[in-house]
Design a protein around this ligand. Structure first.
Ligand SMILES: [Zn+2]
Ligand SMILES: [Zn+2]
Length: 213
């Protein structure tokens, strides 16, 4: 089955990628390595260079956002942009993504870290970012989350928000369920003190652990 882009009139094949292959392409696109994504597509789907180039042109690198215009509410895979007509593969991305990482960043409340002895010194702490591409990219695959129930990434934390911490994000029942169903993890961040102690900070080791619901 083929799609046709209403904007450039190119014909496009349906991509049948495994979860692992999809993740590879996602990571390359997140790093703006479109040429490498094309190479992978040639391997995975047995395409010519030209076919791969045309496909890669229709891979949007932020889920929901059209690759050709500003429209950012595309909500399914293989879809035409209602604004400009361009076809977008709009491949599902892991729900541990840039949006969730900003939500997490804003929700870290250092007034309530568990460790009493460091409570005072971290009051002024804040977080200036959580990296959405973890150290081990394969930890984004659901089968690995199900097994290890955690993702380890880095975060920028400190009184200047600029020290690099290793951040372990632990999955609870609800976040595992959401991940499995490709549903946003935003609601799995404990809010308003509902789970005191969901953040553990180890300042000397520059490590932080957060427990999702
Ligand atoms: Zn097109
Ligand atoms: Zn568009």
């Amino acid at each position: 089955m083929k799609f046709k882009c209403k904007k450039c009139n190119e014909e496009l094949v349906r991509l049948n990628l495994s979860e692992e292959q999809k993740l590879d392409i996602y990571v390359l696109m997140q790093n703006d390595l479109r040429i490498f994504a094309e190479k992978k597509l040639i391997d995975y789907c047995t395409l010519t260079q030209n076919e791969a180039r045309i496909i890669a042109k229709h891979l949007n690198n932020r889920n929901g956002k059209c690759s050709e215009c500003e429209f950012d509410e595309l909500n399914e895979e293989n879809t035409d942009c209602p604004n400009c007509g361009a076809f977008n593969y709009n491949l599902n991305e892991p729900v541990f993504n840039i949006n969730f990482c900003s939500q997490l960043e804003w929700s870290l409340d250092f007034q309530n870290v568990e460790n009493e002895t460091i409570k005072y010194s971290v009051k002024e702490f804040w977080c200036d970012g959580v990296q959405h591409l973890p150290y081990d990219i394969n930890s984004l695959l659901y089968k690995n989350i199900e097994k290890h129930k955690e993702i380890i990434t880095k975060a920028w934390i400190g009184s200047g928000g600029d020290e690099i911490y290793e951040m372990k994000i632990k999955f609870g029942e609800q976040s595992l369920e959401n991940y499995k169903n490709n549903k946003s993890l935003d609601e799995c961040i404990p809010r308003n003190n509902e789970n005191p102690g969901w953040i553990k900070l180890f300042m000397e080791d520059k490590k932080i652990e957060v427990q999702l619901k």
